[in-house]
Design a protein around this ligand. Structure first.
Ligand code: 2P0
Length: 369
């Protein structure tokens, strides 16, 4: 019997952006991927979900609110996470007879994103990672982030990578039960602290084709995708880990942009085709290429997820060339001038021949983060 005491734990999890993309499942129930992936976790001050989990005998049903709105907890993915966490708590209670029987109580979960929901950024990764960690903390589970990644992955594949900061890999694994499909830290953020990113929000709309549906359409129809999963990604995972280890930005950038383009080529090769990038996205690509050409060096790398927003990575020493170019173009956009962008110096002159791309960007980008 547990008295009416309320047990509570709070935590947060950051948004992560993949530089080697996850796309395709070999098991849709367990979210087991067809290839490994690797992400860079944005600094926690930037974009994150904060979650508080509590339980007491007075809570009548499991509930979840996100930014004050009730969410459905009956879906298979949320249920899988809750079931696994309660099972682990039961183990704790069986080992220690004096541990309160929290596994028998209903959960109240309250989440807040510190980024605008309308920014069109994938929030399921940070959301499920924060949910799993908050409940694991509440239950005082003796689980490492890698062990928790197995559970968060069942909520949303990319969530397993948000249990760590810095540079994170999700190894696909080959076991049928998914016990080896886990995330691990490649390097902490402090290993390469000069890494920066700007996000150009080209659409805040909900995407036409959800990742979950889109990726299985790709698995079912694209021969290019089969080639990607079998022949392209394994080598890139090794090369990306080496680039991060060596802090080799040129190699990091080339792998990042080529993997994004390869992923979007597989989307185009899907039947019917899926288009996530739009004219604004392509203008961002051209602008990055022009910034690199003008610098005579690879100083920035773009990547696009299942939507048109550009994430542009660069090193602090190239802030003016990269962020300063976007500031010159888009400086007055909401969320940039006053915040982080306040410290960025705008370039005086845009790269040669970029008038059309500049026009497309300034009309298509609604927000810079
Ligand atoms: C990624 N994306 O690696 C890739 C790149 C989108 C493009 O992970 O069905 O929301 O929940 O496992 O994790 C989006 O997929 O899909 C995604 P589910 P998820 O970040």
């Amino acid at each position: 019997m547990v008295d009416e005491e309320t047990y509570k734990a709070s935590t947060y999890a950051p948004v992560n952006i993949a530089v080697i993309k996850y796309w395709g499942k070999r098991d849709t129930k367990l979210n087991l991927p067809t290839n490994s992936s690797l992400s860079v976790t944005l600094s926690q001050d930037d974009l994150r979900t904060h979650t508080t989990a509590s339980c007491s005998s007075t809570v009548e049903k499991d509930s979840l609110t996100l930014n004050g709105k009730d969410q459905d907890v009956s879906g298979a993915r949320t249920q899988a996470c809750l079931r696994e966490l309660r099972r682990l708590r039961k183990d704790v209670e069986e080992k220690d007879g004096s541990a309160p029987k929290l596994s028998e109580l209903k959960l109240k979960i309250v989440s807040e994103n510190n980024f605008p929901t309308a920014a069109g950024l994938a929030s399921s990764a940070a959301g499920f990672a924060a949910l799993v960690r908050a409940i694991a903390d509440l239950y005082q589970l003796p689980a490492t982030p890698t062990e928790l990644s197995r559970i968060a992955r069942q909520g949303s594949g990319s969530a397993c990578r948000s249990l760590f900061g810095g540079y994170v890999a999700w190894q696909q694994g080959d076991k049928e039960d998914g016990s080896d499909s886990l995330a691990y830290e490649v390097a902490p953020a402090s290993h390469w602290p000069e890494m920066r990113a700007v996000i150009l929000v080209a659409s805040a709309e909900k995407k036409d084709v959800s990742s979950t549906a889109g990726m299985q359409q790709t698995v079912a129809t694209s021969a290019l995708f089969k080639h990607r999963a079998e022949n392209v990604v394994p080598g890139r995972m090794k090369a990306m880990e080496a680039a991060i280890h060596d802090r080799d930005f040129a190699a990091f950038a080339q792998l990042t942009t080529r993997d994004s383009n390869n992923f979007h080529a597989c989307c185009a090769d899907t039947d019917p085709p899926i288009f996530y990038m739009n004219d604004t996205s392509r203008a961002a690509v051209r602008m990055c290429e022009a910034i690199n050409a003008a610098a005579g060096n690879v100083v920035c790398a773009y990547t696009f997820d299942a939507g048109p927003n550009a994430v542009v990575y660069y090193l602090a020493e190239h802030e003016k060339e990269v962020a300063g170019t976007f500031k010159a173009l888009l400086g007055e956009k909401t969320g940039w001038e006053g915040k982080r962008g306040g410290a960025v110096e705008a370039v005086k002159k845009l790269p040669e021949g970029m008038e059309v791309a500049a026009e497309l960007l300034s009309s298509g980008v609604s927000r810079i983060i």
